[in-house]
Design a binder for this molecule. Structure first.
Ligand code: AP5
Length: 213
C-alpha cells in the first residue's frame, strides 16, 4: 500500500518512514530531505529554500511541486511512503494529479497525532547525522559516542531549524497550512489518525495494523 505520513514537526514522520523502508522495503520521498540536499549542494533552489526554512516558513508550493514532479515517477512499481509532502491543500491536489498520470493510487494518509507539549522536547533534543541522515535524540536515543553516528561514523549535529525560536514558527506554519489537510483526506476517505505518542515501536505497531488491514 502507498502511504503518506503527515503531522506536526517532530511527530515522528522521519522515524516511522525509516521503519517502513527497512521493514517493508518501501521507497521513500521526503521533501525536507530533498530540500536539505539542495542546500548541501548549494543550488539556487537550495539557497532560496534555506532562507525560508531557517525562519520556519514553508517553501512555496510551486517550488515544492516542481521538485516532486521530477522525483515521483521512479516511485512507481514498489509501495512507497511520502514524508512531509503534501503539506498544503494545493500540494495535495497537485499530488492527486501527478499520481493519476502515473496510474498510481495513494492508499492511506496517516496523520501522526502528537500533543504540542511533547513536540518541543522532541525537536530541541533531536540530532541528525550529517552524512546518512540517521535521527537521534539526546535523551531517548543518543548515539553511542557523542557526536558520532552509530550507522556510518558521520558527524551528528543539530538541525538549524530545531532551535526554539524557529520551532515556534514551524508550528505556526503547520497550523495554518498543513492542518487543513486533515479535512481534505477525511473527505476523500483516506485519512487515518495514528496516535504518535509512546515508544517508537508502539507507534510503528499502530501503523503496521493499518498496512495489514
Ligand atoms: P521536514 O524535514 O519535513 O520537517 P518537519 O515536517 O518539520 O518534520 P521533522 O523532520 O521536524 O519531524 P518528523 O515528524 O520527521 O520527526 P522525527 O521522526 O525526526 O521539513 C523541514 C522544512 O522544509 C519545513 O519547515 C519547510 O520549510 C520545508 N519543507 C519540507 N517539505 C515541504 C513541503 N512539502 N512544502 C513546503 N515546505 C516544505 O522525530 C523528531 C524527534 O523525536 C527525533 O529526535 C526522534 O528520535 C524523536 N521521536 C520520534 N518518535 C518518537 C516517539 N514516539 N517518542 C519519543 N521520541 C520520538
Amino acid at each position: 500500500m502507498n502511504l503518506l505520513l503527515f503531522g506536526p514537526p517532530g511527530a515522528g514522520k522521519g522515524t516511522q518512514s525509516a521503519f517502513l523502508i527497512e521493514r517493508h522495503g518501501m521507497k521513500h520521498l521526503s521533501t525536507g530531505d530533498l530540500l536539505r540536499k539542495a542546500i548541501k549542494n548549494d543550488t539556487p533552489l537550495g539557497r532560496e529554500a534555506k532562507k525560508l526554512m531557517d525562519q520556519g516558513k514553508l517553501v512555496p508550493d510551486e517550488v515544492v511541486i516542481g521538485m516532486v514532479q521530477e522525483e515521483i515517477a521512479p516511485l512507481k512499481g514498489k509501495p512507497f511512503v511520502l514524508d512531509g509532502f503534501p503539506r498544503t491543500v494545493v500540494q495535495a491536489e497537485a499530488l492527486n494529479k501527478l499520481l493519476a498520470k502515473l496510474n498510481v493510487t495513494l492508499g492511506k494518509a496517516l496523520f501522526l497525532e502528537v500533543p504540542y507539549n511533547l513536540l518541543s522536547d522532541r525537536l530541541t533534543g533531536r540530532r541528525v547525522c550529517k552524512s546518512c541522515g540517521a535521527t537521534y535524540h539526546i535523551k531517548s536515543h543518543a548515539p553511542k559516542k557523542a557526536g558520532v553516528c552509530d550507522n556510518c561514523g558521520g558527524e551528528v549535529i543539530q538541525r538549524d531549524d530545531d532551535k526554539e525560536e524557529v520551532i515556534k514558527q514551524r508550528l505556526a506554519a503547520y497550523e495554518q497550512s498543513t492542518m487543513p489537510l486533515k479535512e481534505f483526506y477525511r473527505q476523500s476517505g483516506q485519512l487515518c489518525v495514528i496516535d504518535g505518542t509512546g515508544e517508537v515501536e508502539a507507534v510503528y505497531g499502530r501503523i503496521n495494523q493499518v498496512i495489514k488491514r
